[in-house]
Design a protein around this ligand. Structure first.
Ligand SMILES: NC(=O)c1ccc[n+]([C@@H]2O[C@H](COP(=O)([O-])OP(=O)(O)OC[C@H]3O[C@@H](n4cnc5c(N)ncnc54)[C@H](OP(=O)(O)O)[C@@H]3O)[C@@H](O)[C@H]2O)c1
Length: 289
């Protein structure tokens, strides 16, 4: 059986729907909003490790969707609890949604690389999906930084590679389904021990986002690069949690310094035609109109 965690979230929800649509697979979801299993969603709360043994019982392939919205120590405790519980429950293969190599300079990389290391020591096989930054996330940042006809962001002339979240879900569905098939057939698992870099092929910067905002909102929007200190003050006043301010600034800082570079990747090994990331950003911007 395949269990997907975090299915009330955008990525986990898409992966669960994709696996259910695949047909011929025994699939369950896991969520803090679990329904006890009646609706196919088991109670899974990484912050309450006692929920994990029951949830992981009978699971062959665990799709571990990172639960990264918290301070690093909390995320490490969450993911560490999952690795321990999966090992104890006899899970045979874990597919982990990590962070692409272009994200190495980001503060969020710490928890992902720590989790990859813990998984590498575990007694089950592992596939790491190093996901690029979501196009949807960049659209949300652009909307948050836009007041009137100005997008203010500390991106300087930098850009960040982004990828459609549904493309990442499609890859996860294929990897989980093929792993399940390999296990059922008793043959070597083609994705075992593999780390896939799922980098976006499109890098977008401040001027690109202003052009997309202009198109989506139907009025001219200009890009104003701002200093990081100004952005920190604005983010701090916006009601974000302090850790979110730190992670967001780290993203801007790395992109603005030109350090978020994709070195190619494995997306096209799975998808003939990735969704055009700029169009995904544009659609999300337009939906906020
Ligand atoms: N690559 C990127 O650009 C990017 C951007 C943002 C985040 N991320 C990472 O990717 C993950 C999925 O992204 P998303 O867009 O689907 O996020 P989302 O829609 O905000 O969903 C948040 C996810 O965190 C899970 N979660 C939170 N606390 C949990 C806990 N205590 N135990 C188990 N699960 C917990 C939620 O599961 P339930 O609510 O179902 O329990 C849900 O799957 C995020 O959690 C984050 O780690 C990546």
């Amino acid at each position: 059986m395949i269990l997907v965690t975090g299915v009330s979230g955008a990525l986990g929800g898409s992966i669960l729907r994709g696996l259910r649509a695949h047909g011929g697979l025994e699939v369950a979801g896991g969520s803090r909003a679990g329904d006890g299993g009646a609706g196919g969603v088991r109670l899974v709360d990484f912050d309450r490790p006692r929920t994990l043994p029951g949830a992981f019982a009978g699971v062959d392939v665990l799709v571990l969707v990172s639960a990264g919205y918290a301070e690093d120590d909390v995320v490490l405790a969450r993911h560490g609890a999952v690795v321990r519980a999966a090992a104890e429950a006899g899970v045979r293969h874990v597919v982990y949604t990590s962070l692409a190599g272009s994200g190495d300079p980001l503060s969020i990389a710490l928890a992902h690389r720590w989790t990859e290391a813990r998984l590498a020591e575990a007694p089950f096989e592992v596939t790491v999906l190093r996901n690029g930054l979501y196009a949807e996330l960049l659209a949300d940042l652009a909307l948050a930084g836009t007041v009137g006809d100005v997008l203010a962001a500390p991106l300087a002339d930098g850009a960040m590679p982004v990828v459609a979240r549904d493309d990442l879900a499609d890859v996860a569905v294929r990897v989980a389904a093929e792993t399940h098939a390999d296990l059922a057939a008793g043959r070597p698992r083609r994705h075992a021990g593999r780390t896939y870099e799922l980098e976006g092929e499109t890098a977008l910067g401040g001027a690109d986002l202003a052009a997309l905002l202009t198109e989506a909102l139907g009025r001219p929007v200009g890009y104003r690069p701002v200093p990081l200190g100004e952005a920190r003050a604005a983010l701090g006043a916006s009601g974000l949690e302090p850790y979110q301010v730190g992670h967001t600034l780290s993203l801007f800082s790395a992109a603005g310094a030109g350090l978020m570079r994709s070195r190619g990747g494995d997306l096209r090994a799975f998808l003939d035609v990735p969704r055009p990331a700029a169009r995904v950003v544009a659609a999300r911007l337009a939906s906020a109109r």
